[in-house]
Design a protein around this ligand. Sequence first.
Ligand code: NI
Length: 163
Amino acid sequence: MAVLKITEYPAKVLGEVGEPVVKFDEELRRLCDDMFETMYDDGGVGLAAPQVGLSLRLFVMDCEGLKLVAANPEVFNLEGEQPGEEGCLSVGKIHSPLKRAARATLRAQDSEGNWYEREATGLAARCFQHETDHCDGILFINRLSPLKRNMVVKRFQKLKKWE
Ligand code: NI
């Protein structure tokens, strides 16, 4: 296993709609292992393939006891609303308040290609929405008001200068 380099905003790949995963082979499973290791190394609860520079519809997550690989993910049955803070490993983990649906169902394929569905609430439901957005080329900052987005981007740019 290996820790991969995290692709950061404003890399082009983060804004691209990912290609569907079609091959469920050893290479994909190795990639998922590496993505888990990268996510744990950086203290995240979810990580999508575009965040390691791959334009693929794939994410891994380990959040509130729910550990999964999601290839070709879709979220549906979005219900209710939850307040809360959101951040992203590709945007320096800078947080901003962002409302998301309180409940969501994820439909995706595991690393063997088997389809499954999982329902979640709270942080795990937020994670489904955030990571599936990554597969569509959408960052959480794209869902903020222009003012809040600017604040996050400016703080991120400052952080990068200090590194
Ligand atoms: Ni993210």
